[in-house]
Write a protein that binds this ligand. Sequence first.
Ligand code: NAP
Length: 279
Amino acid sequence: MKPAAAAGAIKLGDLSVNRMGFGAMRVAGPDIWGEPKDRAAMKKLLARAYGLGHNFFDTADSYGPDVSEILIAEALHPYPQDLVIATKGGLVRPSRHRWDECGRPDHLRRAVDGSLKRLKLERIDLYQFHAPDPRVPYAESMGTLAELQRAGKIRHLGVSNVTVREFEQARRIATIVSVQNEYNLENRKDDGVLAACEKAGIAFIPWFPLGAGRALRSARVKRVAARLGATPAQVAIAWLLARSPAMLPIPGTGFLAHLEENAAAATLRLAPEDFAALG
Ligand SMILES: NC(=O)c1ccc[n+]([C@@H]2O[C@H](COP(=O)([O-])OP(=O)(O)OC[C@H]3O[C@@H](n4cnc5c(N)ncnc54)[C@H](OP(=O)(O)O)[C@@H]3O)[C@@H](O)[C@H]2O)c1
């Protein structure tokens, strides 16, 4: 069995993927801006991620921008039948350090067409609205994506960076199959959103599953890792998988050794005392 498959499967609407995905943000250049230093190495990493059993990739048009989507297509198109690529739209990058919300209907229509073209797809399996835009009513943005779904450009819709209220609002407009919010051992402020996903029977995709590296420095994580003969990253991922059957982690990396290590976390089982020691 491929390591990521050891996490079991999870449903995204009518699709089923291994419950251990790959976050493809870090294949772009430093600060997720521009091309990576070594494109060939990043394509090799993406192909290896699939080889290790990750058949759910998370990306976005803003990663690069465009770079992550283009590299995924270059590395894996024509796509294996079981690979589900989830992308996002609704953020723009006017410069290296800016991630500005843009939920206007005209922008979202262009964004979906752009992702379809870069990913070489006729229809996007999972399109996530990246973040609510405070200047555009949420219903207007979500309504536009629901229209694009009806037009056949999107198979399933997801939301990201939402409150429970926004999630419920989105569900009144369209069928939502996933929520992607920040969540990890060190940041559990969205326990309520996770509970809402469990109740709705849909996937919760934690971004920053390793706290962008911060969760790995925690003393309690290090203690449990030492006891299990695992690494802190593996413990942080195993904790997420154990925390809820709705959880679909998407750890990100630009390093092959970290990719292999993270995939192997799907085979790690935390005993109740390990889970308790992690708080
Ligand atoms: N919806 C949103 O608003 C949003 C926001 C941020 C991210 N995301 C998504 O979430 C995914 C994951 O987020 P992320 O990559 O920012 O954060 P993350 O997975 O929490 O952490 C990645 C960081 O940890 C390091 N790392 C990875 N594996 C490691 C290991 N085994 N040992 C030590 N360090 C390790 C990586 O560096 P190396 O490259 O050196 O391994 C990188 O600095 C992204 O790819 C993206 O798809 C979504």
